[in-house]
Design a binder for this molecule. Structure first.
Ligand code: ARG
Length: 475
């Protein structure tokens, strides 16, 4: 085994099994880019403050850039003996550039280094997730506009409730995703705080310039307490909460997609390219993608629970438990990015069966509220109108027909307020058009929603662009 960078006070090398147990290189190597960016900013700061010589800084910076190239080309041998990404890179640098490499870790600990890397990594990943959310929102808007006329039954308790525009249903998910977008922006803001300079926990004896590092790396703020800087994992908890809520939204959409493409509903048909078959049953076309997104929601929620539990009893400041933050967040990032992307594809490839939806709203009682509202508009108190409409429904069930099939005489028997215009009043198109209150399902309201949505997407794109501007330019 190679000698450890921290081996000075030890008389034995680490037990092989312990070594494997505590190493994080197998997963934290993902943050190689952030580790190198952070080290370049740190070396520049050390030289600027006169803590290392400019020649040492130059050797460090060019050495790190060579290492970046090696990693990206797959020419870097990651070593478990060197524990983590920080020591793998530092050791390789020192092997390459000699003493200058040994000066890089001046006024720094792995505790503030790993915090810095993770902040940079999470921040960068959030900008990608924001872009994907925007695209999924665009897919929702496109689909809503493509099927702007389609009327379907809206449900409560999964029982047909009132006719709605399919576009209105889709746009509910748009609103959910807008909140997801702003939750991720919030997580970004908390990740956008610079921890380097906290040292192991208490600050450093060297005359460092934390503002310089903050500026070089494009951070919005700086941790004002060194203990907090190395102990804070709130931004990870926030990221995982935002990710969990987003997954719960996609899971609900998945559940609906699965229902809608079942034979029983037949409201939509998924693109063949997005489904799989059965090895035994030749007729099967399964919505596996939606099922997987629904299934993967559990693991993201699990990562949130795991992290809350990990942090819960930790004393300040750094504890090795915190190394457990990475695998969960990496997996959550992959899962969320994949799930959003596949959902945008599913929506764009989906064929909506407007005819089936239309039939559904004529073969049910989802216009019963409208029947009651009709009577109210003619002067009857709502509670009484509700009872009359309920009796009409009961009568129809007995006669095996629907409200629109009742004769004028049958209507008159229930109330003499009914006139010929009742048939018009309970037609699905009227039921939809009449719900013209703000945020309702009428075409006019849905059109306004779509316009607001497009405006919101423009604002989101601008926000996303502004965040991208903050990306470090050191490489
Ligand atoms: N691999 C460690 C982690 O991810 C880096 C920090 C190690 N610090 C320490 N004092 N052992 O948390």
């Amino acid at each position: 085994m190679a000698e450890q960078l921290w081996g000075g006070r030890f008389s034995k090398t680490t037990d092989e099994m312990i070594n494997d147990f505590q190493a994080s290189i197998s997963f934290d190597k993902r943050m190689y880019r952030e580790d190198i960016e952070g080290s370049i900013a740190h070396a520049m700061m050390l030289a600027k403050c006169g803590i290392i010589k400019e020649a040492d800084r130059d050797a460090i910076v060019s050495g790190l850039k060579v290492i970046l190239g090696q990693i990206e080309e797959g020419n870097f041998d990651f070593s478990v003996d060197l524990e983590d990404i920080h020591m793998n890179i530092e050791k390789r640098l020192t092997d390459a550039v000699g003493e200058a490499g040994g000066r890089l870790h001046t006024a720094r600990s792995r505790n503030d280094q790993v915090a810095l890397d993770t902040h940079l990594y999470v921040r960068r990943q959030i900008t990608e997730i924001l872009r994907l959310i925007e695209d999924l929102q665009a897919a929702l808007v496109e689909t809503a506009e493509k099927y702007g006329e389609a009327i379907m039954p809206g449900y409560t308790h999964l029982q047909r409730a009132q006719p709605i525009l399919f576009a209105h249903h889709l746009m509910a998910y748009f609103s959910m995703l807008s909140r997801d977008f702003s939750r991720f922006v919030g997580a970004y803001e908390r990740a956008d705080i610079m921890p380097l300079g906290a040292g192991a926990l208490a600050g450093t004896t060297f005359p460092i310039d934390r503002q310089f590092v903050k500026k070089e790396l494009g951070f919005g703020d700086i941790y004002t307490n060194s203990l907090d800087a190395v102990s804070d994992r709130d931004y990870i908890l926030e990221f995982l909460s935002a990710a969990s809520i987003l997954m719960v939204h996609l899971s609900r959409l998945s559940e609906e997609t699965i229902l809608w493409c079942s034979r029983e509903f037949s409201f939509v048909e998924l693109d063949d390219a997005h489904c799989t078959g059965s090895s035994m049953m030749p007729q099967k076309k399964n919505p596996d993608v939606s099922e997987l997104v629904r299934g993967k929601t559990g693991r993201v929620v699990g990562h949130l629970m795991a992290m809350l539990t990990t942090v819960k009893g930790l004393p300040l400041a750094y504890n090795k438990d915190m190394q457990e933050d990475k695998e969960g967040i990496f997996d959550a990032i992959d899962t969320v990015k994949f799930s959003i992307s596949v959902y945008a594809a599913i929506l764009r490839g989906m064929r909506v069966r407007e005819d089936v939806m239309r039939r559904a709203v004529t073969e049910d009682f989802s216009n019963a509220t409208d029947l009651a509202d009709y009577l109210v508009k003619k002067g009857m108190p709502f509670r009484k109108a509700h009872a009359v409409s309920g009796r009409a429904v009961a009568h129809c069930i007995e006669q095996e027909k629907y409200l629109q099939d009742m004769t004028p005489a049958e209507y008159k028997e229930l109330s003499d307020l009914f006139e010929e215009d009742i048939y018009e009043a309970i037609a699905p198109e009227t039921c939809v058009a009449q719900r013209n209150s703000f945020g309702g399902t009428s075409k006019e309201q849905v059109k306004m929603q779509l316009e607001r949505a497009k405006r919101m997407m423009r604002e989101e794109t601008a926000k996303h662009g502004a965040l991208l501007q903050k990306e470090p330019m050191l490489l």
